[in-house]
Design a protein. Structure first.
Length: 339
């Protein structure tokens, strides 16, 4: 019989590991985060092998840290908006070696959130990053979904809801038993094209694309768009009007238009992140950060689209990892919904 792992047991296991050849990633242990210097035993125990797998002991510690942060920061915006925290995936099923910790955060927005959300969309930032950062202090190993409870077609385990005490939440965490029979579950709805991008892609979206690929409705390619100069005056005016040059979305839009031009495509035939560049005949579509993801089937069927470029995470300097979605069978694609 394998004993269940709890945050307290994990700390004991960590102490027992002293002197063993435990691999640590650079900068862990006592280290400087964006929020300041902090010490936590688990921080010097990222993985114990070369697989990058988050061990269950560390996963329990991470969850304990998140619950304590949630309890400590209930009066701090935007954590104050959180109404519930759920765990799902490998850890919730009892896997001894989960890939990571999958969490769903339920929250209720307010007027400040709406302003924050709109601002983030304008500048290509992730609106949920403040919640994620405040709950993890930058520690790696957690993957978050937000307000996913009603859309999920699988079970989630409640850890915390508004008005719960920390003790109640920790008791729920400790009640999740390890189950060696569960094994380490593979990441759900993973295609080779998603590798390294799945943390930015909600499970429901990965499932939608995977299903469309498997039934032959679409073909999926992955590429990295290169920065480029826009030749078309009309397209350049369009991009410059919508975004500041310092915005990650300006860079993403410029890369898309430059890619179209390199392939001999008139960018004035493009629909760029929710807006036509010129006319209404736009067989070429592009979006950023999955903002208009649910529109893909309609755009590639009833609106005559021939491709959709999706830059998963626009950045100012990093790689512009892009999925190219091509319709293979429009009749099949017209029957699906990605909402």
């Amino acid at each position: 019989m394998i004993a269940s792992f709890t945050p307290e047991a994990a700390l004991a296991s960590e102490a027992a590991c002293a002197g063993r050849n435990v691999r640590c990633t650079p900068g862990q242990g006592i280290h400087q985060s964006r929020e300041g210097t902090f010490l936590e035993v688990v921080a010097c125990w990222h993985v114990t092998d070369d697989t990058g797998v988050v061990k269950r002991e560390r996963a329990a510690l991470l969850l304990g840290h998140v619950l304590r942060a949630l309890d400590d920061r209930q009066d701090d915006w935007p954590v104050s908006l959180v109404t519930g925290l759920y765990v799902f995936g490998s850890f919730a099923r009892g896997a001894v070696e989960p890939h990571d910790v999958d969490l769903n955060v339920e929250f209720e927005g307010d007027e400040r959130w709406m302003g924050h959300f709109i601002s983030c969309l304008s500048y290509g930032r992730d609106p949920h990053s403040p919640i994620r950062r405040m709950l993890t202090d930058g520690k790696r190993g957690c993957q978050f979904q937000f307000n996913f409870l009603d859309r999920a077609d699988f079970d989630m385990t409640l850890l915390w809801r508004r008005a719960d005490t920390l003790q109640t939440a920790l008791e729920r965490l400790n009640a999740i038993q390890a189950d060696p029979a569960a094994g380490r579950a593979s990441r759900d709805a993973m295609l080779p094209q998603f590798e390294g991008l799945d943390r930015w892609m909600p499970l429901a979206y990965r499932e939608a694309i995977s299903g469309a690929v498997s039934n032959g409705a679409v073909t999926l390619e992955r590429c990295i768009l290169q920065d480029g100069t826009i030749s078309s005056t009309t397209a350049l005016d369009h991009v410059s009007y919508r975004w500041k040059r310092t915005s990650p979305l300006y860079r993403a839009a410029s890369a898309v238009v430059a890619d179209w031009e390199r392939r001999g495509i008139d960018p004035c035939q493009g629909h760029l992140h929710g807006s036509d560049i010129r006319g209404r005949e736009t067989p070429y579509f592009a979006g950023f950060g999955l903002r208009y993801f649910t529109s893909v089937p309609a755009c590639l069927t009833e609106f005559g689209g021939v491709e959709w470029l999706e830059i998963i995470r626009p950045t100012r300097t990093g790689h512009l990892d892009t999925l190219r979605i091509l319709p293979s069978n429009r009749k099949l694609l017209a029957r699906v919904s990605w909402s």
